[in-house]
Design a protein around this ligand. Structure first.
Ligand code: HSE
Length: 430
């Protein structure tokens, strides 16, 4: 096995990075593996398009069969994206005993468990570290480095676009739309930013992390998702004055073998390690029963960071081939899929209300909370711009989601409450 031949699917931002890393680090890779790694075919849409990378044009093909049916190719590196067609291509590749490395979280979040099982049946590996938080080796960390621990909670800034937007809104007081346009101009945000700003991209990554950490088979539909479109400057300023900053955070937690996975803008204490993660950077904060708190930080996207993760996975696949242990990376779920119900989901909450500024209004509101056994850590009443109106901002102690929803409904039913302006979870014990 002096040379391992690979087929590369996709020659965009990440694909060109993979070609570059394999070329620039060729000696190091050979030294570590004891063999060469050679790309022999590249699947692209348009074989005639000029490329930004030095590549043998004879490698290019628009026909997936040329990769899937090529007996010389041992590993398929998939960095082209897409879901249904890509899933079919990878299924065929696995059935033809080809190992897979992919950076495709959309695909893995939907079909990951199925593909992993198929890989095991065919004694093949499918590795996907590049699909979550690009340059941060978080899959490897959960699967290997922290394998001996019981992971209780993961908090992730796993979407660079939204972290960039929230950073600029917080530090420079800019409006959501203006920052989004700037992020698109700089190339961080997609032309259609919905999957990022509405939280779906982060949800896909969080479900993959939760399944790895909790050894359960959770689905994308199990994730409660709320994006950042409704976050405004007033909320950010209120949060600041109370000692918090707002960020889009994915949280996966488990108690009594029941899981909860959410993606939403939350209030983080200013001194929380994740509060220091700014701009397009990603970070994953992992709490293990034995290890305690750990945090992993780095670039979440980009050509070379993502390509580094892809090539490291490729090296692991090749090591496994040499050791004869391919197909063992999938560990079947250990626990039944069980989700927390609302009465078991505990958090603190920030609630902001527009109310009528009249005698007794405050008492009516506090009565609603005491009726639902909700107590406050902080509460502020401020005059609103509109005459005869006030705003009440409060942070509760730990309450269940059930208590929260019932209290919010009862508040909406009060005539002194004009509207619920906003509401966020608050991280931290007290
Ligand atoms: N669109 C993603 C982000 C990068 O903004 O983080 C790829 O996962």
């Amino acid at each position: 096995m002096d040379t391992v031949k690979i087929g590369l699917c996709g020659l965009g931002t990440v694909g060109t990075g993979v070609v570059k890393v394999l070329k620039d680090h060729k000696a190091r890779i050979r030294h570590m593996l004891g063999c060469n790694v050679e790309i022999v075919k590249v699947l692209v849409n348009n074989v005639d398009k000029p490329r930004d990378v030095v590549i043998d044009m004879n490698w290019l093909t628009a026909d997936p069969d040329e990769l899937v049916n090529d007996e010389e190719i041992e590993v398929i590196v998939e960095v082209m994206g897409g879901i249904e067609g890509t899933n079919q291509l990878l299924e065929r590749a696995l059935k033809n005993k080809k190992h897979i490395v992919t950076a495709n979280k959309d695909l893995m979040a939907l079909y990951g468990q199925k593909l992993l099982r198929l890989a095991k049946e065919n004694h093949c590996d499918i590795l996907y570290d590049a699909s979550i938080a690009g340059g941060i080796p978080i899959v490897r960390t959960l699967a290997d480095g922290l394998a001996s621990d019981h992971i209780e909670k993961i908090m992730g800034i796993v979407n660079g676009t939204t972290n960039y937007i929230m950073t600029k809104m917080t530090q420079e007081g800019l409006a959501f739309d203006d920052v989004l346009k700037e992020a698109q101009r700089l190339g961080f945000a997609e032309a259609d930013p919905s999957a990022d700003v509405d939280g779906l991209d982060a949800a896909r990554k969080m479900v993959l992390l939760a399944n790895l950490a909790f050894k359960m088979e959770l689905n994308l539909d199990d994730v409660t998702v709320k994006g950042i479109r409704q976050v405004n400057q007033e909320d950010i300023n209120f949060a600041k004055s109370l000692g918090y900053i707002i960020k889009l955070i994915g949280i996966a937690s488990i108690n009594d073998y029941k899981a909860e996975v959410t993606v939403e803008p939350i209030l983080l204490p200013k001194d929380h390690p994740l509060s220091l993660v700014n701009n397009e950077f990603n970070a994953v904060f992992v709490h293990g029963e034995a290890v305690g708190e750990t945090m992993f930080y780095g670039p979440g996207a980009g050509s070379l960071p993502t390509a580094t993760a892809v090539v490291s996975d490729l090296m692991e696949v090749i090591r496994n081939i040499r050791l004869g242990i391919s197909g063992h990376s999938y560990i079947s779920p250990q626990f039944e899929r069980k989700l927390k119900v609302d009465a078991e989901k505990f958090s603190r909450h920030f609630i902001r209300l527009a109310v009528e500024d009249q005698a007794g209004a405050f008492q009516e509101i506090t009565n609603v909370f005491s009726d639902h056994d909700v107590s406050f850590a902080k509460i502020l009443q401020l005059p609103a711009e509109k005459k005869g109106r006030a705003e009440i901002v409060m942070i509760t102690h730990q309450i269940s989601q059930e208590q929260l929803l019932k209290s919010l409904q009862a508040l909406k039913d009060l005539t002194v409450v004009e509207r619920l302006i906003s509401h966020y979870r608050v991280d931290g014990e007290e």
